[in-house]
Design a protein around this ligand. Structure first.
Ligand SMILES: [Zn+2]
Ligand SMILES: [Zn+2]
Length: 433
């Protein structure tokens, strides 16, 4: 295994005292801090040559860094080694009898996968392994830029696909995996102490003869209480990533909804200075499936919490709503297809150009961890329909080598489904291809 020293983590109790030493006395430059919401930690990186020092500041009393400082005082917390293939590295360590804190990699800062090795196996040092996953720099050997980009671009025939980002939120791990027992799903994705798992929101832009946005994330209308319940972190959001993609809100011609749940449709509308809620994309027509629209407008006791009327009723009021009744082409290269399952009229977008296919599958396959057929959201209203749609989709995606977008995966924006010796896996796609 080849490894590069990525950084040395130092747990800090009093950030200003630490800055007085590292920044002022040593004269080192400190980068803008990064929040790792899932760890309740703020990381301040100090580049030193090819590696960095990382000052770790707890943002909550229950964070691992706070507990570490309470127990042992501030000081050396971990070293991080960057590896090319973290799965292979973990397998090798396991085979040699090393004690692993993380049996499976989990999402870290800067779009990386990380896993910790127990200090008892590393002679008293906590060792973190890290693999950079979707960076443009991945595999090129150059240093990962600290201000990691949150968008990834792909070319599909004549179309450009840009995966955007509207931040993270957290949902109950049990609800995210339905009937799957926790000992199984917790190996794939590590929950926090409230049993929540980290999810991203990744709307997709399709640029062709027109510019389409598929889903729009959570948006910015919700209050503090809502953000607490759902562990929302929108410190990087759709405004930032649209700008990164070189787009203004008025550049969007069509907004397409896979369905109207708040984590997909929240960004459809915005509250202006006068408090009025209006369409967030001033020139866009909003395309919604009629059955989904009707169900959202007539929510029941089970579905009400997911359908927030401010996200969609203002579209009808503004006259920008276009309801479609069945599977059809929405713009050249982009078709909608009903999957059902998650909601009765949940739909995915199938994108085709130059003989290549991509699919924006939304909550049919929200993360790469949902790949096994029975790993179905507990939220799904018709799980047996999800099962049937997944089976049909996998067959087609493997045959056509479809580029699949994972709207809620915290790390992998897009990938290909591979089947080898009856076993399926997701091969993350390198942006640009
Ligand atoms: Zn949903
Ligand atoms: Zn969702």
């Amino acid at each position: 295994m080849k490894a590069i020293l990525d950084h040395v983590g130092i747990a800090v109790k009093d950030l200003s005292a630490a800055l007085a030493f590292y920044r002022d006395a040593l004269g080192l430059e400190i980068e803008a801090p990064e929040e790792v919401a899932s760890q309740r930690v703020r990381a301040h990186f100090i580049p030193v040559g090819e590696s960095s020092l990382e000052l770790l500041e707890a943002t909550a009393a229950d964070s691992a860094i706070a507990r570490f400082v309470d127990k042992r005082g501030p000081g050396l917390h971990h070293i991080t080694l960057r590896v090319d293939d973290i799965h292979a590295a973990l397998a090798q360590l396991k085979q040699r009898g090393a004690t692993l804190i993380d049996e499976a990699p989990r999402p870290g800062a800067e779009r990386s996968l990380v896993a910790f090795v127990h200090p008892s196996s590393a002679h008293g040092v906590l060792v973190e392994l890290k693999q950079v996953v979707t960076s443009h720099e991945a595999g090129s050997g150059s240093r990962e830029p600290r201000a990691a980009s949150h968008i990834s671009r792909y070319t599909l025939g004549d179309l450009e696909l840009v995966s955007l980002f509207d931040g993270f939120f957290q949902l109950d791990g049990g609800a995210m995996f339905g009937v799957v027992p926790k000992p199984l799903w917790a190996k794939q994705t590590v929950p926090d102490e409230k049993n929540r798992i980290l999810l991203a929101m990744r709307p997709l832009v399709v640029r062709g003869v027109r510019t389409m946005l598929i889903d729009a994330g959570l948006g910015g209308k919700d209050d503090r209480k809502f953000h607490d319940i759902y562990g929302v972190d929108r410190s990087r959001n759709l405004d930032h990533t649209l700008a990164e993609a070189g787009l203004r809100r008025e550049d969007i011609d069509i907004v397409l909804a896979t369905h109207l749940h708040f984590d997909h449709a929240g960004g459809f509308t915005t509250r202006d200075a006068s408090g009025r809620v209006r369409p967030a994309f001033p020139r866009a027509q909003y395309v919604v499936r009629r059955g989904e629209w009707d169900d959202a407008c007539h929510a029941n006791e089970r579905t009400r919490a997911s359908y927030l009327v401010d996200n969609f009723i203002p579209l009808a009021d503004a006259g920008v709503l276009q309801l479609v009744d069945d599977d059809q082409t929405i713009m050249p290269g982009v078709k909608v297809r009903r999957t059902g399952g998650h909601t009765m009229h949940h739909q995915m977008a199938i994108i085709e150009s130059g003989g290549q296919t991509a699919a924006f599958v939304a909550d049919l396959l929200p993360t790469t961890a949902h790949l096994p057929e029975p790993w179905i959201l507990g939220y799904d209203l018709y799980p047996m329909d999800t099962l049937a749609s997944k089976k049909a989709f996998y067959k087609e995606a493997i045959e056509k080598n479809t580029l699949v977008f994972f709207e809620h995966d915290p790390v992998v924006a897009a990938g290909y489904i591979r089947e080898e010796q009856g076993k399926r896996r997701v091969l993350p796609a390198r942006p640009g291809s």
